[in-house]
Design a protein around this ligand. Structure first.
Ligand SMILES: NC(=O)C1=CN([C@@H]2O[C@H](COP(=O)(O)OP(=O)(O)OC[C@H]3O[C@@H](n4cnc5c(N)ncnc54)[C@H](OP(=O)(O)O)[C@@H]3O)[C@@H](O)[C@H]2O)C=CC1
Ligand SMILES: Nc1nc(=O)c2c([nH]1)NC[C@@H]1CN(c3ccc(C(=O)N[C@@H](CCC(=O)O)C(=O)O)cc3)C=[N+]21
Length: 294
């Protein structure tokens, strides 16, 4: 069997086009242009590439975007001062501080300093709590993208056996929270899980976010299952170049799964599209308007 490829790149493009329409409405009807600010500390080349594509896609959707590049040795106090300034700036509706941060900065303290209404990453404890309580919130982008992709195959996830491999605060846990919200039956697996392969094999929907290149093999997957691969791993490729692979062994998995997301071109592009959606939502709410639903 050969799995259906879930084209995250195309699905994200469609989503961005809808966001552009809604952003134009907000600008025309209410005079509000959604504004996203990305803060990046240090000069990690991978982060730079990623931030550049975020800034480009933000502009293409008609949103304002600004970027703050701070040196790698920036103090926590200086970063907190910048965040206080952005919190107070009415033209800034979304603030994203690129992670990971250099060692001298406590990421948790930085996340907690962001106004929850501008926390387009959905990492602030207020938004985490609201998501888990089933209240409206700004939802983390990558998990939102995972669920949107799963729903292109299964519009109704009710009662499905979903397994989330990984329990990080930025991916695994919020994916699980969203899937519970969708009435799936959710198992969260991690590095201490026993019989990991058997746990994964029970999944009708398998979401993998472990950060281990190609860890999930073909025989970990139930035939016909839907596989969402969140992993973004740069590994050595041909001729001294690097290539991007997921946390799932794609060649093997595609033989067994019913549907699968590729890397690149799967969850990654959806993350950025959902970031734009969150910025639009934050801007609409700040202006006292009903945010569009995507
Ligand atoms: N596409 C996108 O937009 C994004 C992609 N990513 C990618 O997703 C992946 C995961 O990211 P993130 O959640 O931040 O990673 P973390 O390293 O924070 O979390 C990894 C999780 O996987 C679990 N894990 C690690 N090794 C194993 C193992 N051998 N067996 C079982 N479980 C294991 C860990 O378990 P334990 O808790 O027990 O240690 C942990 O819960 C990475 O490849 C990252 O690059 C991340 C963010 C966005
Ligand atoms: N505060 C914060 N929020 C984040 O959401 C966040 C972060 N920090 N730090 C880093 C991770 C990683 N991440 C990605 C998003 C998109 C792609 C993406 O678009 N990837 C393309 C390929 C890109 C390439 O070729 O390198 C794809 O998968 O097709 C990748 C990775 C968001 N993250």
């Amino acid at each position: 069997m050969s799995a259906k490829v879930i084209d995250g790149k195309a699905i994200a493009e469609t989503l961005r086009a809808r966001i552009a329409i809604e952003a134009a409405k907000l600008i025309k009807d209410h005079g509000v242009t959604p504004g996203l600010t990305v803060v990046i500390v240090g000069d990690d080349p991978a982060s730079q590439v990623y931030v550049r594509s975020k800034v480009k896609q933000t502009a293409e959707a008609g949103l304002n975007s600004t970027e703050h590049k701070l040196p790698a040795d920036t103090s926590e106090a200086d970063l907190l001062a910048l965040i206080a300034k952005l919190n107070a700036d009415p033209s800034v509706h979304g603030i994203l501080v690129q992670l990971p941060l250099p060692k001298q900065i406590d990421a948790e303290r930085v996340i907690q300093a962001i106004d929850p209404a501008k926390d387009v990453d959905g990492f602030h404890p207020i938004n985490v709590g609201r998501l888990n309580a089933g209240l409206d919130s700004l939802v983390p982008c990558t998990p939102q993208g995972c669920v949107l992709l799963a729903k292109t195959i299964h519009p109704d996830l009710t009662g499905m056996n979903a397994v989330v491999l990984g329990r990080s605060n930025i991916v695994g846990k919020p994916v699980a929270a969203l899937l519970i919200q969708e009435s799936a039956t959710v198992t969260i697996a991690h590095s201490k899980t026993r019989d990991l392969k058997q746990v994964c094999r029970a999944a009708d929907l398998l979401v993998v976010a472990v950060g281990r290149p190609e860890m999930v093999k073909g025989d970990w997957i139930k035939p016909g299952a839907t596989v969402i691969d969140v992993g973004i791993n740069r590994v050595p490729g041909a001729e001294g170049k690097t290539r991007l692979v997921g946390d799932v062994d794609y060649a093997e998995a595609a033989e067994v799964a019913g549907a699968i997301t590729p890397v690149p071109g799967g969850v990654g592009p959806m993350t950025i599209a959902c970031l734009l959606a969150n910025t639009l939502k934050a801007a609409a709410l700040a202006a006292g308007h009903e945010p569009p639903k995507f």
